[in-house]
Design a binder for this molecule. Sequence first.
Ligand SMILES: [Zn+2]
Ligand SMILES: [Zn+2]
Ligand SMILES: [Zn+2]
Length: 149
Amino acid sequence: MSYDYSALLRQLNLKATPKRLAILGILDEASVFLSPEDIREKMRPSFSKIGLSTVYRNLEELARGNVITKIIHPSRQLYYYFCGKENHHHHFICISCNAVHELDYCPEHEITRTVKKQLKGKVLSHLLQVSGLCNKCLTEKNDQKISGR
Ligand SMILES: [Zn+2]
Ligand SMILES: [Zn+2]
Ligand SMILES: [Zn+2]
């Protein structure tokens, strides 16, 4: 996948700085979620003296602008992911290989109904991210179990 990152940033009123463009390129190319440390390692060839706090700040700015997605990992370690899809959708993350899959499911209807019925309130937005093992990692785990016997 290849996006016009400068146009994407301009659209969101964010300045297309070399660091932001580099981060977007790295995340897009990785196609898995990465930690700020991973991203810094990959930025080092072009930004040799870049500090982790600068990486964090840029990631936060991009996440706030909804250009990248913050990954809610069970380990509480921070991760980020670039998803070019604009319409509302949810992600399934694999905690073994860091893959991210689009989920063809949204519980909006059920949540709206439950909040209305139970709390007499109105839903304006919701967040949902599912973590687990992808099919590839699940198969590998089973194979290991069999060969380990
Ligand atoms: Zn997505
Ligand atoms: Zn996996
Ligand atoms: Zn949804």
